[in-house]
Design a protein around this ligand. Structure first.
Ligand SMILES: [Zn+2]
Length: 458
């Protein structure tokens, strides 16, 4: 292990200092000093990671040329694909992945040093509190309960199930007469299926907070809260989130012990619609970052969302992720587009336009399978496949890895929320306007979804 780590490090240094341009600028003395400094830093990082239930090792961000051949080969290897950018595929590689790449004779470049936020963050856990203004599980729990206490007629916190490590999965319901299940449009916002995507907790949570705090003074907020039931589950993967705060900032999956030395199921590949339909879009390999689990809904987190969803009568759903500034709708498992594409596209375009008006930031939109990459077993395909409701994955900023990737600054929290707020208000409003109580009777025939699909979805 240690040997392979040293090898990794020296390769990194070789990459950086083997650059002729750099060499010409640095004296031999400087080079030796820098080598020593970097080695010291990385030795410290290695030591920082040694304890813990699964030593994640030092990961590197590497790039390979984007060719169809390499794309397929890399997928087969179950690597964690990060970004597809300027003719390169970026991968988060563990030491053993680097060895595998080498053995497969795939030429790669170590690019970690280009990613300042990535390089800086792993050092932080020693100081504690690396989540800063971002919520931990306990902080979120306290803030959700505080909202319930402050707005007793409008906010109610429900415990909809437990995570693997027995943390509560909380849903915040916001509606006038919140204690009652009224016949109103119901809209669902999910956050943080993927542990490292911290901003995806904040945006749905802040939306709930906004509706409650503005109810008394803002007629529009009041109208939406009076006429709908907004449900927010800001943290679908609490075990993973805690792991990113205390052990390894880059963790993605839940904390399932796969009993083979690996941990984690990608809970956004564990839902039951077209689960595992291909290995291009999820992986059967427990080592993979997109490992789908042993069977559909094998994980308590997805079971909880499923059971909760099926008890309600949602008209629309958004699941927040990061990063890439993209609004995606079904299907994810195939590049084929669903019959309801025009309606799905219309809503996505509406949201993208509203977002752009705030900060001028462009969010692309389109069918998931055609937009980012194929996924199967995700939440959005499942809610759409099960009940044909408009369902979206919104990948929050930044737009790419070079702009910070998963590592938004604390200052981003408010601005990213604010740029998404009009789109969230629009999303709820759309279902209020289209809601008619008779519609709920459609629910019985939803799994078949043979006829009237487009009518149901409007
Ligand atoms: Zn994600």
């Amino acid at each position: 292990m240690l040997t392979s780590k040293r090898k990794t490090n020296s390769r990194k240094f070789g990459g950086k200092f083997g650059d002729t341009h750099l060499i010409s600028e640095l004296s031999v003395c400087h080079r030796i000093f820098h080598r020593f400094l970097l080695l010291a830093v990385f030795t410290l990082l290695s030591v920082a990671f040694l304890p813990g239930p699964q030593n994640p090792g030092i990961k590197e961000i590497v790039s390979v040329a984007k060719t169809p051949f390499l794309e397929n080969k890399i997928r087969d290897m179950g690597l964690d694909l990060l970004a597809d950018w300027e003719g390169k595929i970026f991968i988060v590689a563990r030491p053993e992945d680097l060895v595998a790449l080498e053995q497969a004779k795939i030429h790669f470049m170590v690019e970690t040093t280009k990613f300042a936020p990535f390089v800086q963050t792993p050092a932080a856990p020693a100081g504690g509190g690396i989540n800063g203004a971002y919520h931990s599980y306990k902080e979120l729990e306290a803030d959700m309960l505080a909202l319930q206490q402050k707005f007793p007629g409008l906010a109610k916190v429900f415990d909809i199930g437990d995570s693997l490590e027995k943390r509560n999965l909380y849903a915040l319901k916001i509606s006038a007469n919140v204690a009652f299940d009224e016949d109103e449009a119901e809209v669902l916002f999910l956050g943080c299926h993927h542990a490292r995507e911290w901003i995806s907790v904040e945006v749905p949570f802040l939306f709930g907070k906004y509706l409650l705090e503005n109810y008394a003074t803002d007629p529009e907020a009041k109208r939406l809260v009076d006429r709908s039931e907004v449900w927010i589950v800001p943290l679908v993967n609490p075990d993973g989130l805690e792991y990113t705060i205390h052990v390894y900032r880059y963790w993605r999956k839940n904390r399932r012990d796969n009993k083979d030395g690996t941990y984690g199921v990608d809970i956004n590949r564990n839902y039951g619609y077209k689960w595992g339909v291909s290995n291009n879009g999820s992986s059967p390999d427990p080592r993979s970052e997109i490992y789908r689990g042993l069977q559909a809904f094998s994980e308590p987190e997805t079971q909880a969302i499923r059971d909760f969803f099926l008890k309600k009568n949602f008209q629309g759903m958004v699941s927040y992720h990061s990063f890439s500034q993209t609004i995606m709708y079904p299907w994810g498992y195939t590049t084929v587009i669903p019959d309801q594409e025009p309606v799905l596209r219309d809503i996505a375009a509406g949201m993208a336009a509203l977002i752009r008006e705030v900060n001028g930031r462009a969010y692309s939109f389109g069918p998931a399978g055609q937009t980012l990459y194929l996924t199967n077993g995700d939440a959005v395909d499942w809610t759409f496949g099960t009940s044909a409701i408009p369902s979206y994955t919104i990948e929050l900023p930044p737009v790419d890895e070079m702009s910070g990737g998963f590592f938004n600054s604390e200052a981003d929290i408010q601005s990213i929320f604010e740029e998404n707020l009009p789109a969230m208000l629009y999303f709820v409003d759309r279902f209020i306007r289209e809601y008619s109580p008779r519609r709920s009777s459609f629910r019985q025939d939803l799994p078949e979804r043979k006829l009237d699909k487009s009518r149901r979805i409007r």
